[in-house]
Design a protein around this ligand. Structure first.
Ligand code: PLP
Length: 393
């Protein structure tokens, strides 16, 4: 290896010796309640396929039809070669679904954050960011060049104090928070945060990646959950989680969406998702608008699973959503727990530092509407067996 690249091998070796090297399992099946992973059938507690749409037959049919009608890809960025009508249709449907003035789609939720933050704030401005916000919010914030001031997690009082202390030094202020925090499964107090935004004249942005298709009436998201329609300036969403496809969306005030079509750099300099992806997303909205059945089943499954885990004596933290952390403390215990579960054919990830704070390692269970009660019971039995074996309960 050439000298100038040696440092990379050294870094990789260090990750391996620290037990922090990511070994990625290979999945041989579509997403669903069960997966074949490295050739073994396992119960899936890992993915964000909240509604089981990742392998929905109606959506697959829509993708095939769209590929026949529009081909495989858009072949250029939308501002240069024109935009396909199907992308505009998705944006119209998404805006109506979420009850906002307008929406624009991006290649991913990550891109949506990278597009939105630098378009709204710059060097003379300040971003007030929840200390546990997602990596894509952090990266988008850095890219904007604005000063980043973190406020205590989910703490509207601390937010108000930070704004009061700092805002005079800056031109504009923007508050940004995850809607649902993916490590603990708690929900941002968006109603209180809105009051602070209102009182201080600050732009309000929420990233609803884990709330889309999960929170609110029929999965309409966190703004619907708190009944804040028309009050939140801008929402980031993803079609890669509950929607089961791929793609990001920014929804909110019309003037912001217009601006992003002019100034959102991933919109201007990167192609859109494929027509087949778009068709699948539109069909997902059809499914959600037709019935709340999947969203209802997701929440019933989550309630069932969490109640029994609690009764068994597990600590499931502060989650109020289908994200279920099983708190174990030290990382080696969480890793051993995950391995033992895997031997019982349960695929559930251990999360440790730096993904979560030291001493707060956990197994994170992602509940889905795709799980049957039998699936959940099988998962619970494995948790009980391993929990007793390792002295957790
Ligand atoms: C997953 C996630 C994203 C990224 O979404 P993708 O569409 O997968 O890029 C952005 N923000 C939050 C809060 C997320 O949880």
């Amino acid at each position: 290896m050439s000298d100038q690249l040696k440092w990379i091998q050294e870094e990789l070796d260090q990750l391996k010796s620290a037990g922090l090297y990511n070994t990625i399992r290979t999945i041989n099946t579509p997403q669903g309640a069960w997966l074949r992973v490295d050739g073994k059938d396992v119960l899936n507690f890992c993915s964000n396929n909240y509604l089981g749409l990742g392998n929905n037959s109606e959506m697959i049919a829509a993708m095939k039809k769209a590929a026949d009608q529009y081909g495989v890809g858009p072949a250029a960025v939308r501002t240069i070669a024109g935009t396909m009508d199907i992308h505009l249709e998705l944006e119209k449907r998404m805006a109506a679904f979420k009850g906002v003035e307008d929406a624009v789609t991006f290649q991913s939720g990550f891109c949506a954050n990278l597009a939105t933050l630098p378009a709204l704030v710059g060097k003379q401005d300040v971003i007030y960011s929840d200390e546990l916000n997602h990596a894509s919010i952090i990266d988008g914030s850095r890219l904007s060049g604005a000063k980043i001031i973190r406020f205590a997690h989910a703490d509207a009082r601390d937010l108000l104090q930070k704004i009061t202390e700092n805002q005079a030094n800056f031109r504009r202020g923007l508050i940004v928070t995850d809607g649902v925090f993916s490590m603990d499964g708690d929900i941002a107090p968006l109603d209180q945060i809105y009051e602070v935004a209102q009182a201080t004249g600050t732009i309000l942005m929420v990233d609803d990646a884990h709330g889309e298709g999960v929170l609110g009436k029929g999965g309409r998201g966190i703004v619907d959950h708190f009944n804040l329609h028309g009050k939140v300036d801008v929402e980031i969403g993803t079609m890669s989680k509950a929607f089961g496809v791929v793609g990001g969306v920014v929804a909110g005030k019309k003037v912001i969406i217009d601006w992003l079509r002019q100034r959102g750099r991933p919109f201007l300099f990167s192609s859109a998702v494929t027509p087949a992806d778009v068709a699948a997303c539109i069909t997902a909205i059809d499914i959600l608008e037709r019935s709340t059945e999947l969203v209802d089943r997701l929440w019933e499954n989550a309630k069932y699973f969490k109640n029994i885990l609690k009764t068994m004596g597990f600590d499931i933290g502060i989650s109020t959503t289908p994200i279920t952390p099983v708190m174990l403390g030290e990382a080696p215990l969480a890793q051993q727990f995950s391995r033992e579960l895997y031997d019982e054919s349960i695929f559930a990830m251990a999360l440790g530092f730096p993904t979560v704070p030291r001493g707060k390692a956990r197994i994170r269970v992602m509940i889905s509407a795709a799980h049957s009660v039998d699936d959940l019971d099988q998962g619970l039995a494995a948790f009980e067996k391993v929990g007793k074996k390792l002295g957790v309960i």
